[in-house]
Ligand binder design. Structure first.
Ligand code: NAP
Ligand code: MG
Length: 400
């Protein structure tokens, strides 16, 4: 259709569940379709469809993201016992995010969306801190044991040829606890690559930290692999982009983060990422203002909101209430995907639209018009609390 922005290549679109599915459609109808000839490959990842297809649809969607290079995903229900009954499921389908992450061998990065009138709790953070968590191994795939008698604890590796390497962990004098953990060079390399790629893509410095002074072999391996991947594949590209890679000890990193202005990507080992992502998220105000990007080591991107399907709002919506659910992270999932598509295809008009949509969304909030979750924490206070549809309409008016 003439007048609308054209897309050279499609995006894989993954629809989802509950309140986010309702808002997903509203965002497309009001904020995207009037301005763009949306070119998508659509996959319905609604719970019932996933269950009916024995999750085939989820694997097809993951394959489409890999093929097209860019995906955008609505929040989806991860099935549990209650959902089995509610949706009359055949089986407990696994988390779609888990499946897609494994298929893409990717890393998830969370990035807060900042607005001037929502003051974060850490006042020196002027720019977003993007946090990437290595979601494989360490204590999350551990083997542990409680012992009640004295004895020798050993670490034993039996090679494929049967030869053994042994090290004494501890001569236990009495009761205690033991733990074995692992990681793989391959997984650490993929993680490093995803972090450097996303840092480049966002044009920000990359920080990484471990405790390699204490854990010389285990954490030392993380440090070495990051440096090797950086030197071999990213050093020149980082220089060209004017960004840096910075390695330090984890305690030093935490101290620096707390007094920084933000504006970098913080790559974390699995446990550090688990803990620090909650710290960064809670300091940033609202879960509804957080995006999440899955980045594969070969440069494939899937964008989504960090929050879930907002189940409680959905039940109120089903009873006829116009809920004041915040669609900002869903909007930013779309703008992230459209910007990436534009960058890969060399279509600046599309990229310009994505940028404009982000700016107008933030401007509406900064002008005092927002959903209920933000009204509770805004300073100066909100001029008007809008329901989701009024909020989306207000953005649409400014785009027109
Ligand atoms: P949730 O959907 O993130 O919602 C938890 C609470 O956070 C809501 O009840 C609401 O608080 C607030 N909230 C979250 N997003 C909001 C928004 N956009 N606007 C306003 N308030 C928002 O988490 P959940 O209720 O624990 O999970 C619901 C379902 O989502 C589950 O089935 C879970 O499996 C799924 N989930 C999916 C993903 C994903 O696909 N990436 C991620 C997490 C969870 P109030 O009710 O107090 O207003
Ligand atoms: Mg956590």
């Amino acid at each position: 259709m003439s007048g609308k922005i054209q897309m050279k290549n499609p995006i894989a679109e993954l629809d989802g569940d509950e309140m986010t599915r309702i808002l997903w459609d509203a965002v497309k109808e009001k904020l995207l379709k009037p301005f763009i000839d949306l070119n998508v490959e659509y996959y319905d990842l609604g719970l019932k469809v996933r269950d009916d297809s024995d999750d085939r649809i989820t694997y097809e969607a993951a394959a489409a993201i890999k093929r097209l290079g860019v995906g955008v995903k609505c929040a989806t229900i991860t099935a549990n016992a209650a959902r089995m009954t509610e949706y009359q499921l055949k089986q407990l389908t696994p988390s779609p995010n888990g499946i897609i992450r494994a298929e893409l061998d990717g890393t998830v990065f969370r990035k807060p969306i900042l607005v001037k009138n929502i003051q974060g709790t850490v006042t020196c953070w002027e720019k977003p801190i993007i946090l990437g968590r290595h979601a494989y191994g360490d204590v999350y795939k551990n083997c542990e044991m409680q012992v009640s008698d004295p004895g020798k604890a050993e670490l034993v590796f039996t090679a494929a040829d049967g030869s053994e390497t042994r090290k004494t962990i501890m001569e236990m004098k009495g009761p205690g606890i033991l733990q074995g953990i692992h990681n793989t060079d391959k997984s650490i390399e993929s993680f490093a690559r995803s972090c450097f790629l996303y840092g480049l893509s966002e044009g920000v410095d990359v920080w990484f930290a471990t405790k390699d002074t204490i854990s010389k072999t285990y954490d030392g391996r993380f440090k070495d692999i990051f440096q090797q991947v950086f030197d071999a594949e990213f050093k020149t590209r980082f220089e060209e982009k004017g960004v840096t890679y910075f390695y330090t000890l984890i305690d030093d990193a935490v101290a620096r983060v707390m007094r920084s202005k933000g504006g970098y990507l913080w790559a974390c080992k699995n446990y550090d990422g688990d803990v620090m992502s909650d710290m960064v998220a809670s300091a940033s105000g609202s879960l509804a203002m957080m995006t999440s990007v899955l980045v594969s080591p070969d440069g494939i991107y899937e964008y989504e909101a960090a929050h879930g399907t907002v189940q409680r709002h959905y039940y109120r919506y089903l009873k006829g209430e116009k809920t004041s659910t915040n669609p900002v992270a869903l909007i930013f999932a779309w703008t992230g995907a459209l910007s990436k598509r534009a960058e890969l295809d060399g279509t600046p008009e599309l990229g310009g639209f994505a940028e404009k949509l982000e700016k107008q969304t933030l401007a509406v909030i900064e002008d005092g018009y927002m959903t209920g979750d933000l009204a509770g924490i805004a300073s100066p206070p909100a001029k008007q609390v809008l329901d989701s549809w009024q909020f989306i309409d207000t953005i649409a008016e400014r785009l027109a």
